[in-house]
Design a protein around this ligand. Structure first.
Ligand SMILES: NC(=O)c1ccc[n+]([C@@H]2O[C@H](COP(=O)([O-])OP(=O)(O)OC[C@H]3O[C@@H](n4cnc5c(N)ncnc54)[C@H](O)[C@@H]3O)[C@@H](O)[C@H]2O)c1
Ligand SMILES: [Zn+2]
Length: 366
């Protein structure tokens, strides 16, 4: 019996299905909405060396059984450090060498880095070919594979070069998470917590009750991933190109990004930084009187339950403050905060006086 979860991202002619379940790669021909994208299709598999080594064969078999013909494969070096032009060019070269044509499908098989880089390759090669996102990290399943943002990093900052390119479909096979480290799993869980706070109080309750044990229960996890994706889909549907409310998805990312930069990429996971950022945004919201008392405590309790380090790990508050201000400069203005109104409701684009942020930083980061 299948406990697959499925939903659609509704964007007119760019609408697409998202399917979440265990063992999907082994039964691609039966996966509604996805099988039709693959049957009789020429496909190119874009992955990274780690994911390709662990799961490339399983994906290859699944694609063949679904009636797709693989015309080429390419694996980039894994990790954020390789999210650059060189890796993008590697995909372009391999695609063109394989003789890719406009009607072909690129299968982006990996975490958020592969999804973003290969998605951008699909957006740009031959002026755009279809991409099927097959995320292999929890972060990519609940966040990056949905919504169509693709791109690479630049010396001047993360994700500065890119394009919007919605996928033709998303297949999240939870079985792939079996080889992912606990730390990477938890990194993705922070984005689920973010989704719950932004707009799904029932998901928040579920996470509160289950704690991190949820990550070990495939049925419960599938349900939580589905809810987080549904929230993201709703936000993206309302504002595909981030001219407004899509900024909500940056909850926890303003302070989180600064912490990430200060700790040095690789020393702290994205989710750990975002968890700290969410805790900070909650404390800030409460201090400014923008949410009922007790909300910040409830958020902090949940984050602690998942085991995120909420304190600054010895990061000096001034350094984080500098990083925040630098971020502001690079975006040409005042930082706009996403604040919490209540569990399940947030607001975006809020300007907060410098002293309030600086004071709270020096209290939190000890
Ligand atoms: N496009 C968007 O909307 C969006 C949203 C959020 C994040 N992102 C991007 O996502 C990236 C982070 O994604 P990530 O956390 O998935 O990182 P990642 O892609 O680097 O994956 C983390 C590590 O896990 C390995 N890995 C992946 N799947 C595995 C598996 N099943 N088993 C074992 N190892 C596996 C990878 O090789 C890599 O070393 C960032 O670059 C971020 O900018 C994009
Ligand atoms: Zn994030």
């Amino acid at each position: 019996m299948s406990s697959d979860q499925r939903l659609g991202v509704n964007l007119g002619e760019r609408s697409y299905p998202v399917v979440i379940g265990s063992g999907l790669l082994q039964r691609l021909p039966q996966v509604d909405g996805i099988a039709g994208l693959l049957r009789g299709r020429r496909v190119f598999v874009a992955t990274d060396e780690t994911v390709g080594g662990l799961h490339g064969a399983a994906l290859g078999e699944g694609l063949a059984e679904a009636g797709a013909k693989t015309i080429g494969r390419h694996a980039m070096a894994p990790g954020e450090a390789h999210k650059h032009l060189g890796s993008l060019a590697g995909y372009w070269d391999a695609l063109l060498t394989a003789g890719v044509e406009r009607g072909d499908l690129l299968v982006a098989f990996g975490g958020g880095v592969v999804g973003d880089v290969a998605g951008f390759a699909a957006a740009t090669c031959l002026r755009g070919i279809d991409v099927l996102q097959v995320p292999t990290t929890l972060l990519a399943m609940v966040d990056s594979s949905v919504g169509g943002k693709t791109g690479i990093d630049h010396e001047r900052g993360k994700n500065l070069i890119g394009a919007f390119h919605q996928p033709a479909g998303v297949v999240a096979d939870l079985e792939l998470l079996g080889t992912l480290s606990r730390r990477e799993l938890l990194s993705g869980a922070a984005e689920m917590i973010k989704a719950a706070i932004l707009g799904d109080p029932a998901l928040f309750d579920l996470l509160e009750q289950a704690g991190s044990a949820l990550l070990d229960d495939p049925t419960a996890l599938a349900g939580a991933v589905q809810r987080a994706v549904a929230l993201k889909a709703r936000v993206v549907e309302g504002d595909e190109r981030e001219s407004g409310q899509r900024a909500l998805l940056n909850l926890g990312h303003t302070a989180g990004h600064a912490v990430e930069v200060c700790a040095g990429y690789g020393n702290i996971t994205h989710g750990e930084a975002v968890a700290m950022g969410i805790g900070f945004a909650a404390a800030l919201s409460e201090r400014l009187g923008r949410c009922p008392g007790g909300v910040a405590r409830r958020v902090a309790n949940l984050l602690e339950k998942f085991g995120y380090p909420l304190r600054g790990r010895g990061l000096p508050a001034e350094k984080v403050w500098e990083a925040l201000r630098h971020d502001k400069k690079t975006r040409g203005g005042v930082p706009k905060w996403v604040l919490i109104r209540d569990i399940g409701e947030a607001e975006w684009g809020v300007e907060v006086p410098d002293e309030v942020v600086a004071d709270l930083l020096s209290e939190v980061l000890v």
